[in-house]
Design a protein around this ligand. Sequence first.
Ligand SMILES: Cc1ncc(COP(=O)(O)O)c(C=O)c1O
Length: 405
Amino acid sequence: MRFFDIPKPSLDSTRQMFIELESDERASKIDLGIGIYRDENGLAPVFKSVKIAEKLLFEIETSKSYKTPAGNSKYCKNILDLVLGKAIIDERGDKIGSIQIPGAGSGLRIAGELIKNNLQNKLISIPDPTWGQQPFMFKKSGLKVINHTYYNQQNNFLDFDNMIIDLKKLKSGDAVLLHGCCHNPTGADLSVDQWEQVANICLKQGILPFIDLVYQGLGIGVEEDVLGIRKLVQILPEVIITVSSSKTFGVYRDRCGLIAVITDAEKVKGNSLETMLSEIARELYFHPPDHAAETINILLEDENLKYDWLVEIRSMQERIASLRNKLANSLQEKQQTDFFSYLKVQNGMFSLLPISQEGIMTLRRENGIYLMPDGRINIASLPENKIDFISSKICSLEEFHHKGN
Ligand SMILES: Cc1ncc(COP(=O)(O)O)c(C=O)c1O
């Protein structure tokens, strides 16, 4: 008898893409798939401010003994200050329960468990399209997952009118997933006014929002990117939020984030919300790693280091915006159309290019240009000196001969 004599698992198209990328021996290959920020040298280096904070941590750390499944509570406080701002923290700080977690990826699963355990319908509505890991995690938690309209992929705009129509069909006790900013994969974000409208629908219909915030600072700015979230929280009695530090502090592999349940309960008894969250963490992975959380505490609690970090993230945001402009201009020039102007107004690292599966495979196999199978491109990993080459290969695809104008 053999327990592990199993057939080779079939790979999904994303995994397949990364395997092809890895085994592609062309030095000229271009990876526009992976979701990390790259600098002008094509590297994802450690933030300078983070490196200094890590050195300080190395000096002062006296123990690596266990914390608890709730992780680093000071980190939660520091990050929630940054996301929710002083007014909300002053008013509702003691009505928020939070735990530190190994990244927002695990936050998706914890949120799934929370929703399954506490909401009668055990259903979450997610934007169409969305990041594939989100429905995967929600389904693993036992939730029913449905879609609401988000984006018009024909004409590349946020289809807010149809989003509202779909949200109005949800029932009391349903949950809805909202991307905090820099929507993955479209880069199309709600305006503050649209956040307010969504909040009012949730309030009226008894829908619980779950916000997944990963790219604060990479869209418009550290403050600007969370204004919509703050508006929504001010309107609603209860919100779940997960926050990632992977991209915003460049600590991807150190695994650090938080999940918070924001309430308006007059009396959240003791740390009952934290206990509820900790119990789920204990069941799923027990304890989160502490290194990045404590590093970020040192950074955010030191005025100079915090200032340096703000400068670093601002320069990343500006670089992404400039790459967006350059790619859009290059495509428009080659195509003699303003079809690609949507790239300039979208936010953050990702946008979709309207390329067929066949076109994506042609770019990959003939030109060594790797996009995600859904056409998602990581703007932040565009090599500046190859933008013209990339856009000329896109425009030479058969299907682009008819686009625009
Ligand atoms: C929308 C979204 N949520 C969650 C995550 C996961 O982030 P983390 O590295 O904190 O697990 C990502 C990462 O790409 C993401 O894009």
